[in-house]
Design a protein around this ligand. Structure first.
Ligand code: NAI
Length: 350
């Protein structure tokens, strides 16, 4: 059996708690991975590194190709720039994939929510190009390049074909940002017309899209968004299925992939064993699926399935953390998933 080396980045705030929970679950699932720990964020500075994104961390991901990452804190209105944004840009992880699905045992306003957000991960207002024009005027530049708009659209349609999805909806504000969002949707439309005419394609202005999402999310399938809209829509959609504790994610490029939950470092509950580790456990299952698919490793695919079955069973049986109305701690939920893994894999008669 091939053992794949994965870079583990615990991150800040609740990061170490939720990633430790995911690591324990993967171990119990006999996932064919071995973790090597590297640091990023304030955690890196605390360990004596002189950068929030040390080269040793980036190099390790370049060497091994896959990482599981906890959230990293970004100071507001000053201080260092986002580690998360820097990592995505450095490794050209241009596609952020965030599946949003109703979960068994998690009661929310809607049933059967099944969305996939595809977020462009390297441009838009996240380019970080800001200028102080005068004491009283600043400008922030929204960047859109034809190549990036085209490649994220192609990624979304290709994913739709591979996963049997029916429709891609591009969210935009091209009525106001005629050039940048205009380029984004024009490229998406071109990819659709020239390469994927059998997948349905529609364009919705972002404000109307938000209203439609909270009214009836089942009318959508895949949501194709530029960077900032994808960020905001991700949290909105998380709210449709139980909150930030339940939405996993992947940042994928042509070479490397970094898996992380949608949520942040949650400083309000950090260090208290209160966080829901489900989103990171789900991200870890996505990671195993990615390893299994890209490296043709059935053991990785099977362990991804075992992890998914175990957390679904735990939720079905009412094993939940506080954010979902349950009473379990972060480590307690991991234990509950591990118990279900044992049940699922125990030999008959045991
Ligand atoms: P947040 O996602 O950290 O927290 C928002 C709210 O959701 C908080 O009340 C928090 O307690 C709750 N929450 C989040 N994850 C949870 C979990 N797993 N279980 C239970 N409750 C959970 O967003 P916030 O407060 O806006 O950001 C905090 C820090 O995280 C900031 O520095 C931000 O820049 C950073 N951040 C990092 C991300 C990343 O590393 N990819 C993504 C988003 C934010």
């Amino acid at each position: 059996m091939t053992i794949h080396t994965v870079v583990m980045i615990p991150g800040d705030g609740i990061g170490p708690e939720v990633t430790a929970a995911a690591e324990r679950v993967l171990k119990a699932a006999d996932a064919p991975v071995r973790f090597i720990e590297r640091h990023a964020g304030i955690a890196a500075l605390d360990r004596g590194e002189n950068d929030v994104l040390p080269l040793s961390t980036v190099d390790a991901i370049r060497e091994h190709g896959v990482a599981l990452k906890g959230p990293c804190t970004t100071p507001i209105g000053g201080g260092f720039g986002s580690v998360n944004v820097a990592l995505r840009k450095k490794l050209s992880l241009y596609a952020s994939i965030r599946p949003v699905r109703s979960l068994p045992g998690v009661k929310t306003r809607f049933e059967n929510v099944d969305l996939v957000i595809v977020r462009e991960n390297t441009e838009g207002l996240y380019s970080g190009i800001e200028n102080q024009i005068t004491d009283d005027v600043v400008v922030s530049m929204k960047v859109a390049t034809r190549d990036s708009c085209e490649r994220i659209a192609r990624w979304a349609f290709r994913y739709a074909v591979h996963r049997g999805r029916n429709k891609v909806t591009a969210f935009h504000k091209a009525n106001i940002m005629k050039l940048s969002d205009g380029l984004f949707i024009n490229e998406a439309k071109k990819v659709y017309e020239e390469e994927y005419p059998n997948i349905k394609y529609e364009e919705v202005i972002i404000d109307a899209a938000c209203m439609r999402l909270v009214t009836d999310p089942t009318q959508f399938d895949m949501l194709l968004c530029e960077n900032l809209y994808g960020d905001i829509i991700s949290d909105l959609c998380a709210g449709l299925v139980g909150g930030l504790g339940c939405t996993p994610g992947a940042n994928i490029g042509d070479v490397d992939a970094v898996f992380e939950a949608v949520h942040g470092s949650a400083p309000d509950i950090a260090g208290q064993d209160k966080a829901n580790p489900l989103a990171v456990i789900m991200s870890a299952a996505m990671m195993l699926n990615h390893i299994g698919t890209t490296r043709k490793d059935t053991a990785a695919l099977e362990s991804a399935g075992r992890v998914r079955d175990a957390y679904n069973l735990a939720l079905t049986e009412g094993q939940k953390t506080r954010d979902l109305g349950g009473e379990l701690s972060c480590s307690g939920f991991a234990d509950a998933v591990i118990d279900r893994l044992k049940t699922a894999t125990a030999p008959v008669g045991n």
